[in-house]
Design a binder for this molecule. Structure first.
Ligand SMILES: C[C@@](CO)(OP(=O)(O)O)[C@H](O)COP(=O)(O)OP(=O)(O)OC[C@H]1O[C@@H](n2ccc(N)nc2=O)[C@H](O)[C@@H]1O
Ligand SMILES: Nc1ncnc2c1ncn2[C@@H]1O[C@H](COP(=O)(O)OP(=O)(O)O)[C@@H](O)[C@H]1O
Length: 283
C-alpha cells in the first residue's frame, strides 16, 4: 500500500526591522526585530512510517539529507519524545535559500508542529519552541505562530498586531550566509526601543532600519543595487541577514505595479502580509 501523505504549508517571514542591541558571551547577537509571516510558502508533505526511519525523498541540491533542517527536526522530536515511529518527507521548495526569508527554519517548524500531531507526541507549543531553538534562532517564531516583536536572539516573542500590507520581494541573486554577516557586523550596538516605540516606528516605512543592511550592502553590491532601484518607489529594507530586499505597499495594485517594473531586471514576487501562521490552530 502506498504511504498516506499529509500536506502542510511552511510560510516565509520578513523582518520588518532589525536592531542589534547586544552580544552574548557565546557570540550570538541580541536582537530586537519584528517578524511578519507572508503568503509565500514551501510545502512539506509527511507520511508516518512504522520502521522509525526518517527519509527525505527529494534532498535539496547541495544540502546532504542529514543536514536538512526537516530531517534534523524530525530526529530531534523522535529523540525528545522517545517515539518509535518514523516519517517520509517530501519537500517542495519555493522560498529562496539564504534569502533572509527563513525558509529552512519554517520547513523545520512545520515538521515539528505536524509530526507532533501525526505521532501524537503531544508536546506543548512552548516545548516545541524550545526544541526548535536548538536548530536555529529563527525557528521559534514559526511555532509561536503570530507576528511578533522578538528580543533575545530572536526567541523571546510577544505578539504584535500589524496592518494589512503587500510586499514586493526581490532576490538580488546572491546567497548570503547568516554567520558570515554577524561575524562582520561592526556597527554600534543600540539600546532596545521597547514595544511602544517599535509600534510608532512601524507606522511608516521611512523610520525602519535593518542594522545588518550596511554590512551586507558592502559585501554584496547586488543587494545595494536592488535597494537603490526600489528606492525609486518608496523606502525598501533588507530582510534578516539578506539577501532579499522588500518594499511594503498599502495595496496589492501598488505592489503589482512596482513588481512589474522591477521584474524586467530582477527575480522576485509579490506576497500578502499574513495576520498569523497558517498552522496556528493545528492541534
Ligand atoms: C538574521 C535572522 C533574523 O531573523 O534571520 P535570517 O536572515 O537568517 O533568516 C536570524 O536571527 C538568524 O536566525 P537563523 O538563521 O536561525 O540563525 P542560526 O542558524 O541560529 O545562526 C547562524 C549564525 O548566525 C549568528 N547569529 C544568529 C542569530 C543571532 N541572533 N545572532 C548571531 O550572531 C551566529 O554566528 C550563528 O552561528
Ligand atoms: N529545508 C531547508 N531549506 C532551506 N535551507 C536549508 C534546509 N535545510 C538546511 N538548509 C540550509 O540552511 C541554509 C539557510 O537557509 P534558509 O533558511 O533558506 O535561509 P535564511 O536563513 O537566509 O532565511 C541553506 O543555505 C541550507 O544550507
Amino acid at each position: 500500500m502506498s504511504p498516506q501523505f499529509h500536506s502542510y504549508p511552511a510560510p516565509a517571514k520578513l523582518n520588518l526591522l532589525l536592531h542589534i542591541v547586544g552580544k552574548r558571551a557565546d557570540g550570538y547577537h541580541l536582537l530586537e526585530t519584528v517578524f511578519r509571516f507572508i503568503d509565500y510558502s514551501d510545502t512539506v508533505e509527511l507520511a508516518v512510517r512504522d520502521d522509525g526511519q526518517i527519509v527525505l525523498l527529494n534532498p535539496i541540491d547541495g544540502v546532504p539529507p542529514e543536514q536538512d533542517l526537516t530531517v534534523r527536526a524530525a530526529r530531534l522530536l523522535q529523540q525528545a519524545s522517545g517515539c518509535s515511529l518514523g516519517a517520509t518527507i517530501r519537500l517542495t521548495k519555493r522560498i529562496p535559500m539564504g534569502g533572509g526569508l527563513g525558509g529552512g527554519s519554517s520547513d523545520a517548524a512545520t515538521v515539528l508542529l505536524a509530526l507532533n500531531r501525526l505521532w501524537q507526541t503531544n508536546f506543548s507549543r512552548e516545548k516545541l519552541m524550545e526544541l526548535g531553538l536548538s536548530l536555529g534562532a529563527d525557528l521559534p517564531v514559526f511555532i509561536f505562530g503570530k507576528n511578533a516583536l522578538a528580543t533575545g536572539i530572536g526567541e523571546k516573542l510577544n505578539e504584535i498586531k500589524l496592518k494589512p500590507a503587500w510586499y514586493v520581494v526581490i532576490h538580488p541573486g546572491v546567497h548570503v550566509p547568516t554567520a558570515k554577516i554577524f561575524q562582520n557586523f561592526a556597527g554600534r550596538v543600540l539600546t532596545e526601543e521597547g514595544t511602544i516605540s517599535i509600534m510608532r516606528i512601524l507606522e511608516t516605512t521611512q523610520q525602519r532600519r535593518n542594522e545588518l543592511q550596511q554590512v551586507v550592502s558592502e559585501m554584496y553590491p547586488a543587494v545595494n543595487e536592488v535597494l537603490s532601484e526600489l528606492k525609486k518607489y518608496g523606502s525598501p529594507l533588507m530582510t534578516g541577514s539578506g539577501a532579499c530586499v522588500f518594499l511594503e505597499c498599502q495595496s496589492e495594485e501598488e505592489a503589482d505595479k512596482v513588481y512589474q517594473a522591477m521584474s524586467v531586471k530582477y527575480k522576485g514576487f509579490v506576497a500578502k502580509g499574513l495576520n498569523s501562521h497558517p498552522l496556528l490552530d493545528i492541534e
